[in-house]
Design a binder for this molecule. Structure first.
Ligand code: ATP
Length: 328
């Protein structure tokens, strides 16, 4: 069985609340088991640039409540090249790293899988850390719960002013390829309509629904548009609707990066701790090229390749069915 002695940990891709509790769990679980830990700064960039440091128990003190990631993150294009990977490998070997915990989303896992197939003497374990909640093999990804709660708080405030002025608000939320935040936030806030990348919404139907709502004496309305909706973005949708729905004053709000920040929710702190703990234990047990994830409240492993299978990833069907009925 593969025996490891030094784990490198990195966060990569978009930052997500819950990454810090996960780093803390990785460091403390590894040290508890007699392993050494190296923190790699800015994702794969830190491996290529040799920007790493030894971590001890105190280097992860007081970070459970912090959003973002103490290791920083980056999008690193050189890691996609053979030369970049070779440099990363040489630096990891020189440090004595024989296993990596990579916390990130689908891009991060694609890189980890390629790296580990090229250099199988370094084991890799993925932790799903992305607000997009778009990976197979984990019902929830780190950061999704916090980000959704942040969106809900913002929309509740917008609803107050929408109601006071009889306004129709179009709110753009994050999700270029995933409508997970839009769907849950929309249901939680009683949005009149939710436009998702996964599902085409006919503008004519949207207009008809909004007109009907107005006739039924709805005084305000919220329409949530995920970034990746195919109708030309939130401004395009709002403009098309304004031309047909004259009785509403239409406003557009783009929530933007505030959705990524903030203290992780209790759920994300626990999830990050569980996943970090499980990732180190899986590496100690000799596993590699896997992702640890939450399934039916158990932490289970999935092959990285299967976790990346986007064709199998789907939004919850029951929520999709429910959203149209509850919004009327
Ligand atoms: P998020 O879901 O929050 O966007 P992500 O992990 O999908 O997170 P990406 O920017 O897609 O974020 O990927 C993070 C990093 O993973 C990239 O900057 C790059 O260093 C590495 N990566 C992505 N795709 C590949 C690939 N095909 N080969 C090697 N490395 C890759």
């Amino acid at each position: 069985m593969r025996k490891i002695s030094k784990i490198g940990v990195l966060t990569s891709g978009g930052d997500a609340p819950g990454m810090n509790p996960c780093i803390r769990a990785v460091v403390r679980t590894a040290l508890y088991n007699g392993l050494e830990v190296v923190g790699i700064r800015q994702g794969y960039k830190g491996l290529i640039d040799n920007d790493m440091y030894e971590m001890d128990r105190r280097s992860v003190s007081n970070i459970l409540n912090l959003g973002g990631t103490i290791l920083k993150t980056a999008r690193c294009l050189p890691f996609k090249t053979d030369e970049g990977m070779e440099q990363a490998y040489q630096h990891a070997k020189a440090r004595g790293i024989d296993a990596l915990v990579v916390i990130g989303g689908d891009g991060t896992f694609t890189g980890a899988l390629r790296f580990s197939r090229k250099y199988p003497d370094i084991a890799v374990m993925g932790v799903p850390g992305t607000i997009d909640n778009d990976l197979c093999g984990s019902t929830y990804t780190l950061g999704f719960d916090t980000a959704t709660n942040t969106v809900i708080q913002a929309i509740d405030k917008i609803r107050d002013t929408a109601d006071a002025h009889d306004r129709l608000f179009f709110i753009e939320v994050m999700g270029r390829d995933s409508g997970a935040i839009a769907l849950r936030a929309g249901i939680s806030c009683g949005a009149e309509a939710i436009l998702l990348p996964e599902r085409a919404t006919a503008i004519d139907d949207l207009i008809a629904n909004l007109k009907e709502g107005h006739m039924n004496k709805k005084s305000s309305s919220i329409v949530i548009v995920a970034e990746g909706d195919k109708n030309g973005g939130v401004y395009g949708v709002a403009k098309a609707v304004q031309q047909e729905v004259k009785n509403y004053d239409i406003k557009v709000t783009i929530l933007g990066h505030l959705q990524r920040g903030g203290a992780p929710s209790s759920f994300d702190r626990i999830l990050g701790s569980r996943l970090g703990f499980a990732a180190v234990n899986a590496l100690i047990a000799g596993e590699s090229q896997k992702m640890v994830g939450l399934q039916a409240n158990h932490i289970l492993m999935t092959d990285l390749e299967a976790a990346l299978n986007q064709h199998e990833f789907k939004l919850e069907e029951d929520l999709l069915q429910m959203m149209d009925i509850l919004s009327i």
